[in-house]
Design a binder for this molecule. Structure first.
Ligand code: DHB
Length: 326
């Protein structure tokens, strides 16, 4: 079950996605103890941020939507938490992924240098948060040039390998992936949440205090699979495939689309704190039942030109859906 990304060994292919369990060292340790092969801390910025007002996160029936507003204690305080987390995780052989965001290219470099003091195994460069205004005017993930500029700045600010986290909300995600690869990225996390909105029928008002938010969970999976398939067809970099993986079968699909390993986020909300051990067990059982020996056997199957699936193993949970397939 072990795998490697950017020269870093993960004992399992499941990665705690950034944000889900904050940066509390004890929570990050809990993810590692229950089956995560790497854990990502909540994104930090140079200055502390309070985040948005409540309501900030809601289960809307087909996944979650959230607009936290990047609440974090600022990079200088975060680095102390990361140090503690790195120490706890090292004892378990599980790498720590620090996560950074910034308003300017230069501040991405400064934030990378600060979190490097905790010596995380990897730094995730969050250029795709859907919920904060940037002085840049749009997400850095929106343009190949801006994404590449951030990547170059981070690479020249730290010796620690970096993963660039991309947004699904772009016209051509493969072009963005090629740009960050050419700029020196060591890997890609795909994808961040997809911007969306809930509206309350009675009042007509947006449900989230921020108005819009990022969609995750089941509704995001087909979008994430498409993005991972496109990126893995465009660049050689390892990908943490993240978005809507709730079961072991979802993880099989993500690896088949070309992911090196699999991010787990909303699943923790829907399946509880044993999500990692449950998904890992389901993945192992699926591989054994299908006669596969290791993860490499299924990685990138969407690119191998095999015939279309003959059996739909995971039908949509909509009564009567099969009648639409006549
Ligand atoms: C937030 C940041 C993200 O990168 C994301 O995908 C969702 C929410 C936030 O803190 O608002």
């Amino acid at each position: 079950m072990s795998c490697r990304i950017a020269g870093v060994r993960l004992p399992t292919p499941l990665v705690l996605a950034s944000g889900v369990w904050g940066t509390s060292p004890t929570l990050l340790e809990r993810a590692a103890r229950t089956g995560a092969g790497a854990v990502a801390a909540k994104t930090c910025t140079l200055a502390p941020r309070r985040g948005h007002r409540n309501p900030t996160a809601i289960d809307w029936g087909h996944g979650l939507i959230n607009a936290m507003g990047l609440p974090n204690p600022g990079a200088a305080e975060e680095v102390e938490l990361l140090r503690d987390a790195a120490r706890r995780l090292a004892a378990l052989g599980v790498p720590l992924i620090a996560s950074i965001a910034a308003d300017t290219v230069e501040d991405f470099g400064r934030a990378a240098a600060i979190v490097s003091e905790a010596d995380p195994a990897l730094i995730e460069v969050n250029i795709s948060c859907p919920n904060v205004e940037s002085s840049h005017g749009e997400m850095f993930a929106s343009s190949a040039e801006a994404a590449a500029a951030v990547t170059r700045q981070v690479k020249s600010s730290t010796p620690i390998p970096c993963l660039v986290k991309l947004s699904p909300n772009v016209a051509d995600i493969a072009a963005i992936a090629r740009a960050v690869a050419a700029a020196g990225a060591d890997g890609i996390t795909a994808i961040n949440t997809m911007p969306g909105m809930l509206v309350d029928a009675e009042s007509g008002a947006p449900v989230l205090a921020n108005g819009t938010g990022g969609i995750s969970g089941a509704a995001l999976k087909p979008i994430a699979l498409r993005c991972v398939h496109e990126i893995s067809g465009a660049v050689e970099l390892p990908i943490i495939g993240t978005g809507g993986v709730i079961t072991g079968t979802d993880a099989v699909e993500m690896l088949s689309a070309g992911a090196a390993c699999v991010g787990i986020g909303s699943a923790i909300v829907f399946r509880g704190e044993n999500a990692f051990s449950s998904i890992l067990e389901e993945l192992k059982v699926w591989l054994a039942e299908h006669g596969y020996r290791c993860l490499e056997d299924i990685r990138g199957r969407t690119h191998r030109g095999a015939g279309a699936a003959v059996v739909v193993t995971n039908p949509p949970p909509v009564p009567g859906w099969e009648k639409t397939r006549a």
